[in-house]
Design a binder for this molecule. Sequence first.
Ligand code: CA
Length: 230
Amino acid sequence: MKRILVLEDEDSIRSFLVLNLRRAGFEPVEAATGQEALERLREFPDVRLALLDVMLPDIDGFEVCRRIRTMDSRIGIIMLTAKSQEMDKITGLTSGADDYVTKPFSTAELTARIDALMRRTGEAVAAAPPAEELRQGAFLLNTRTRVLTRNGHRIRLTQIEYALMRLFMSNPGKPLSRGEILTQVWGKDSGAEEKVVDVNIRRLRIKLEEDPNAPLCINTVWGYGYQWNG
Ligand code: CA
């Protein structure tokens, strides 16, 4: 079952989304307010992905995103942002979203992004690769349980952050370009922009680095991408 939470306060947009998601084979769960969205999630724990509008009558989409992340790090989150909300995209991603789609968007564009993220989150459930551990310095990544620890202490990761860590720890010391990271983590045809890589790296640094402004684990390779030195 591919259950998707649709949080959108404008009835016409929400109905449009629900109709098209249903046509595309998903099972939408609707919410018109932030509070309602959080209630729906408790009601339907098998929701795999959430579409969150930003401008809402009660708590805004970013806060909803933050609250979802405190409960569930595995759910995929796509923010629905307006064109004028450039900065909001960044805020959205630092609050724990995996991707964003700018309004107005086409159904094809949205479902492509949903599919890409579903594949990513679906791997968490479907694929059961043999127990495998990637160890570098203080970091240990178990690719079966998808748990990252540093000196034995668990670091909670979103699915995108896990995929980033897996890519990094499988390529220690190797500079990876933004395009390469985008393809490996978000998928070849996801339509995601390279900027989304930078934002997710910044968030990962906050979780991993002692000083995120002077990173030691994830180095920036200027004009190219990033390099793992865990
Ligand atoms: Ca709205």
